[in-house]
Design a protein around this ligand. Structure first.
Ligand code: DX5
Ligand code: ZN
Length: 225
């Protein structure tokens, strides 16, 4: 997984058909997805439950791009090895998930994955200041995590602050929540390079109408070009 700052669209399978992940993933990749974003929720750190490492392992062979696993769970460290073994390329943990986010990022790297750190909307950019030497990605949540399809919280100034803090380091800035062709340009101008999009990619499409996914992905790409 080589580093660059080109814009990457990462559809979140939270908005896909849960009974048909394999085909949904093949469809969005064929329609231009750069990464596949996988939302893991535990019903404790966030008020919703999705799935765990065994589902991640089951879908891994269907992903030919990058498997980007977003852990909305607490505790984190107990499960890092299982998600790495499931084949995650990137594992992102929340800075709010426990007292020892630095240790969690160390554990993610020690297990061979890229380490991401996510910030809830209410958490300041400075929370990652002392984590930048051990992080490969910073995820800025632009909704309160837990559900797809929520309205966007404008945090472009936080993105710009992070971009300045990161400087030349090879660290991605990912945005998660409410990304659409309308909200994406301000985020990219502020320094984001990975755009997670659930409802904005999957709306209007299905595995029998995958062209809609392509139109949706291209609309986001065109908006930021
Ligand atoms: C929210 C998840 C997101 C979600 C985004 O808790 O982390 O990845 O799927 O969904 P949209 O793009 O619909 O806001
Ligand atoms: Zn997510």
């Amino acid at each position: 997984m080589s580093f660059n700052r080109t814009i990457k669209i990462a559809p979140s399978i939270l908005s896909a058909d849960f009974a048909n992940f394999g085909e949904e993933i093949r469809c969005v990749e064929a329609q231009g997805a750069d990464w596949i974003h996988v939302d893991v929720m535990d019903g404790h750190f966030v008020p919703n439950i999705t799935f765990g490492p065994s589902t991640c392992a089951a879908i891994r062979p269907h992903i030919s791009t990058i498997m980007d696993v977003h852990l909305m769970i607490a505790p984190v460290d107990l499960y890092v090895e299982a998600f790495a073994e499931a084949g995650a390329d990137v594992i992102t943990a929340h800075v709010e998930a426990g007292a020892h986010i630095h240790r969690s990022l160390q554990a993610i790297r020690a297990n061979g994955a890229k380490a991401g750190v996510a910030l809830n909307p209410g958490t300041p950019a400075s929370a990652v200041m002392h984590l930048l030497d051990i992080a490969d990605l910073v995820c800025v949540m632009t909704v309160n995590p837990g559900f797809g399809g929520q309205s966007f919280i404008p945090l472009e100034s936080k993105v710009a602050e992070l971009r300045a803090m990161i400087g030349d380091r090879p660290i991605h800035i990912e945005i998660d929540g409410g990304v659409t062709p309308l909200t994406a340009p301000g985020l990219v101008n502020a320094g984001a390079d990975v755009l997670v999009a659930g409802s904005a990619v999957f709306k209007g499409g299905s595995v029998s109408n995958p062209a809609a996914y392509g139109l949706n992905i291209n609309a986001i790409r065109a908006a930021v070009a």
